[in-house]
Design a binder for this molecule. Sequence first.
Ligand code: ZN
Length: 238
Amino acid sequence: MIHVTIYNEFLHEQNNEKIRAIYPDGIHMCIKRFLECDDISVKTITLEDVQNGISDELLKGTDVMLWWGHMAHEKVPDEVAKKVQQEVLSGMGIIFLHSGHHSKPFRLLMGTSCNLTWREDGDYERVWVVKPAHPIARGLGRFIYIPEVETYGEPFDVPEPDVTVFIGGYEGGEVFRSGLCYRRGNGKIFYFQPGHESFPIYKIPDVQTVIRNAVRWAYPDGRAAIDCPHVTKPGTEG
Ligand code: ZN
């Protein structure tokens, strides 16, 4: 069984009628519905839940976390971000969605500004598959077509990824590294650009395929704290 926890700040859907019409019970519930299956169980948490902290029990019991945040990154307590970062280092997988590029845990894990260029003109995007044999691209064609998106453009200030799975190309001509894989410590990290809240992007079957594949890819190979013990020379114990 793969235990997934979805964090969604869940503010746009409550504060904006147009967005509520797309995701009446929140982006997290939309993702939960298409992810849950015989071997994937999903818990969801929102900003309200994490504002007083996040339990060790929840993190230790999470194989893969998904992170969607936008307007309230700063309201996520530093201790929560630090705990998530540490859990990734010990092996928990994590997927950062769309505007999660500016979330505290993503910035901690990347160590850079994670800045990019952006505009919201409802451009279409073609998300080109540049690594067709990668497990996250399984079941896709040459590209994913998204009729309306928020445009993100390079430069995207992140460290050079281990693998670039997708490159987005937009109506305006911009390009963006839309699907990036990293390892930090024992943990696997995937960043996926599509997912702006004003368009029903998480209802697109190919987008759902990517997220399903990414959860399986990010499942931990193993889990071990990365500590720094002082030891004795082998054979001299006792
Ligand atoms: Zn957005």
